[in-house]
Design a protein around this ligand. Sequence first.
Ligand code: URA
Length: 175
Amino acid sequence: MEKGNDGGMSTATCSCPLGTGPVVRGEGPTPCRIAIIGEAPGYHEARTGRPFVGPAGEELALFLSLAGLRRQDVYITNIVACRPPSNRVPVAIERAACRPRLDAELAAAGAKILLLLGATALADFLPNVALGLYHGVAFRREGQILVPMYHPAAGLHQEHLRGLAADDWLHLIER
Ligand code: URA
């Protein structure tokens, strides 16, 4: 995936079927202690070129504050960098095509703690872990701590998930 000639906003030039529109790369300080990994950019993210700036981003900002974190102190990215049509879940071939980009971002961030937002991020990092059973639980792997969390967008549709997610963020630092 390479930077396009479009005055700052990059466009994808990779083999991924999603790679025809704006690329939304991760953002945040590098190095960084905490990296947050979502699923895919939506309308607002593709328009601005920034991850988590729409309604899910507002929800994420709320959760970050519950954990005593500031957006500018964490690295935020997504499993895929391009918006899937109709915001559908990115399929395996798209996720695999975008993985080198994600790995490079995470290597640059060097985060010790990875917060995996939603089932898509969880499937790629902890494939046998069920979100409903293990949300908020820390998994130690190769010097990193991986924590499955509900995706902020889930709580926008299901109020009880919002409560569960809020509780996980509130207790994040203790786990
Ligand atoms: N916005 C993002 O950047 N990622 C998501 O997973 C959802 C909304």
